[in-house]
Design a protein around this ligand. Structure first.
Ligand code: 9MR
Length: 377
């Protein structure tokens, strides 16, 4: 069966309005859901926002519980929220996030300890290297220590690289030098030796950045410091990056002796302003119909392309399942996605598996169908 027919076939056999059902051999009906279909392969995760952590919408809470077995906090663990002033932390929401994961027996991922963005302003005022080292150590050890034995893996450092593979100029690099990288991993390990420690970044399939990431991780490993994994964020498009580039990256990272996680998966279906001109994309294109071509719904042809793209990507993930620990979607439903506002504000994007009414899309069916077929091979 070709891919399109597979999707059509499975769509007809799945009841996709709320929970998907199949009839098992005993004749009883049981739910089909992503996390169970992929349970022998890798965790299926999702990024959750504040509303979702608080379970304000019961249908959404059910989706999260039924479909995913791992959660990441989309924003609330970033330093500006969890450590807003130097001498005090705010764990109100992060405790609830961890409690949600525990209630649902999920693999809980912490995002993120050291990042130049959404950074507490007080970090940027530090000019002295000892003070910076103490501040970072205190930040990392307090947070990782609080959730020791509960948070299963951490993005210890996020987005430390430029596109050419050199180290990004951040306050951490400026004040502490390159050592801030191994130190961050060392402090996280000292706070919880059992949690898995990741480096996480976007465009990790680009050759120069990939080489830079490999150099960086090797330097940390050469100091005898543990890195457990590389997070490839997976903010991808309908055509790019190619499956070959994704595959090469998974293989290259795995050859460092670490796991690979796909940490922030979404597929952008909208045109990119960078394909036209550079400059200030918001100013040039906000309100432009050309850049927001599907304000009401996604045409069937694109919906099918989108479903096939997800299927191709998951086919690759299954091929390399021994190297992949987790695949996390960057949001539950299209309405929640950051891609509605980036890089142009107020567009209507469709990057995830569930639509704005929380109904599973053809892409959802396509990756379920893939796995069911894979199993029977
Ligand atoms: O999805 C997050 C969005 O709500 C925030 O406004 C944004 C701020 O930078 O961060 C988004 O998540 C980012 C993640 O933390 C790191 N990788 C890139 C993600 C998309 O920007």
């Amino acid at each position: 069966m070709n891919t399109l027919r597979q999707i059509a076939f499975i769509t007809t056999i799945l009841i996709t309005t709320f929970s998907c059902k199949e009839v098992n051999t005993s004749g009883a009906s049981k739910a089909i859901n992503l996390k169970d279909v992929y349970k022998e392969n890798f965790y299926i995760g999702v990024a959750v926002n504040e509303n979702q952590i608080l379970e304000n919408d019961s249908l959404e809470a059910t989706r999260i519980e039924n479909e995913f077995n791992s959660i990441t906090a989309e924003n609330i663990m970033k330093s500006m929220f969890i450590h807003p002033v130097k001498d005090s932390f705010d764990f109100k929401l992060t405790d609830k996030f961890v409690a949600l994961g525990e209630k649902n027996n999920m693999f809980i991922h912490g995002h993120t300890l050291i990042w130049h963005s959404q950074l507490s302003p007080w970090f940027t005022e530090i000019k002295d290297s000892t003070e910076m080292a103490n501040a970072m150590e205190h930040h990392i050890k307090t947070i990782v220590g609080r959730y020791k034995g509960k948070i299963n893996s951490w993005d210890v450092v996020n987005e430390a690289l430029n596109e050419d593979g050199t180290l990004r100029k951040t306050v951490f690099l400026d004040v502490l030098g390159e050592d801030y990288l191994p130190l961050a991993f060392k402090w996280a390990f000292e706070a919880d030796a059992n949690t898995k420690l990741y480096y996480n970044d976007y465009n990790m399939t680009n050759e120069e950045k990939r080489k830079g990431a490999i150099r960086m991780i090797k330097r940390i490993q050469e100091k005898g410091i543990k890195v457990d994994g590389i997070g490839m964020q997976g903010h991808w498009g309908l055509e790019k990056p190619s499956i070959e580039d994704i595959e090469k990256s998974i293989l290259d990272y795995a050859s460092l002796g670490v796991k690979v996680a796909i940490t922030e998966l979404d597929i952008n279906v909208l045109p990119s302003p960078w394909d036209l001109v550079g400059a200030d994309v918001n100013q040039n294109f906000e309100g432009s119909k050309k850049m927001n071509p599907y304000p009401k719904n996604l045409p069937d042809s694109i919906q099918t392309k989108f479903a096939n793209r997800y299927q191709d990507i998951f086919k690759l993930f299954l091929k390399h399942q021994d190297k992949i620990s987790r695949v996390t979607f960057w949001g539950v439903n299209d309405g929640q996605s950051w891609l509605n506002d980036w890089p142009i504000k107020g567009r209507t994007n469709y990057p995830l598996l569930f639509d704005r009414e929380l109904k599973p899309k053809a892409a959802y069916d396509s990756i379920i169908a893939l796995k069911l077929k894979y199993k029977s091979n």
